[in-house]
Write a protein that binds this ligand. Structure first.
Ligand SMILES: [Zn+2]
Length: 350
């Protein structure tokens, strides 16, 4: 049901116009998801960039080809704190002598990661994973993935201009309203041009891929899936359904309401799988992980899969459908008393 007006991505090192004064380019990523989309927004005779790519040589080499094709750059907007989007922000801002515009949460968290190496290896974080049933070895691997993250970030600028929801940026005669989303990343910045029906959506909504929604050690009692679903509802209320969605990955598309509906169904189905798996007895998040992710995973993927599993568990607890129980330092969930196991089993297998 989605429509793809630009079915071919631009070749490496080239911009493609997707609307007047709006260019799209692709940068590589050394992951299974092998690319990230960046954009350039016309501002008079200059440009404002949207997202930076990951800090590696392949991406720097592509910027060397992309930048000469533009006029002067006036600013860099960064959507959120993942290294595939913010990674080269410091490098680009230094090199182009331009300011960084982003949300406060993006700036602060990117700054924290870069200035506190080893943050994610703190003992509290390893203990957090162990408390959810993860074996010691895996917990150690997962909590040290911070190293990988740091290698893919350049030092962000020391100051920034804050983008807050509701602000309007007038760039090249077009009004872009700043929207923010939650659940995938804190205060993820999106730009919306309602008059032209354009949405720079970053990773809040993507075609085919479900944005990673992870509960993690920073915020052990968080409910990021609740945050994400509430954001999705809000976004649907703010953006006309026929708008062109230009996201951080994959192709531009129209069909935002259809995509939002599919994402809600996806998360509900995953919640149902977890409820069914808990019907026979209490389960830890680590025990539930293979219920959602039966395939073999490396340490990087395990970290994401664990966070995603815990996010669904936390949502079910917030909805009162599961309850936590803690024994000998191990946290597990069981069905809430009001939902007898037999009923869950039937619902889960229907
Ligand atoms: Zn991304």
């Amino acid at each position: 049901v989605l429509d793809f007006p630009f079915p071919e991505p631009p070749p490496p090192g080239e911009w493609r116009a997707v609307a007047p004064g709006l260019l799209w380019a692709r940068l590589p990523l050394p992951f299974r998801l092998d690319h990230v989309n960046v954009y350039a927004l016309a501002d008079g005779d200059g440009w404002v960039l949207f997202d930076a790519g990951i800090a590696d040589d392949a991406t720097r080499a592509l910027w060397d080809r992309l930048l000469p094709a533009l006029g002067p750059v006036r600013a860099l907007i960064v959507s959120h704190n993942d290294p595939d989007h913010v990674g080269l922000a410091g490098w680009l801002c230094d090199r182009l002598a331009v300011p960084l515009w982003t949300s406060r949460a993006t700036f602060l968290s990117a700054t924290a990661y870069v200035h506190a190496p080893g943050l994610l290896e703190a003992e509290e974080y390893t203990r957090f994973y162990a408390s959810h049933g993860m074996g010691e070895e895996v917990a150690a691997l997962v909590s040290t993935r911070g190293h990988r993250y740091l290698r893919m970030m350049s030092r962000p600028p020391r100051s920034y201009r804050r983008l807050a929801p509701g602000m309007v940026l007038r760039l090249g005669g077009r009004d872009w309203t700043v929207l923010t989303g939650e659940g995938h990343a804190p205060e993820q910045v999106m730009l919306h041009a309602p008059a032209e029906g354009l949405l720079l959506a970053a990773d809040q909504i993507l075609e085919r891929i479900s944005p990673n929604v992870s509960a993690g050690a920073f915020e052990p009692e968080g409910d990021p899936l609740g945050d994400y679903l509430a954001s999705l509802d809000r976004l649907e209320g703010q953006v006309d359904g026929a708008s062109l969605v230009l996201a951080g990955h994959r192709l531009p598309f129209t069909g935002l309401p259809e995509r939002a509906a599919a994402l809600r169904v996806h998360h509900a189905a995953r919640c149902d799988l977890i409820l069914s798996a808990c019907a026979d007895g209490p389960r830890s998040a680590a025990e539930l992980l293979p219920v959602l992710f039966p395939q073999a995973l490396d340490a990087h993927q395990t970290a994401f899969a664990f966070g995603e599993t815990l996010a669904h568990v936390a949502r079910l607890v917030a909805e009162g459908r599961l309850v936590w129980e803690e024994r000998d330092g191990l946290r597990r969930v069981r069905p809430a008393a009001s939902e007898p196991p037999a009923l869950l089993r039937r619902a889960g297998r229907a």
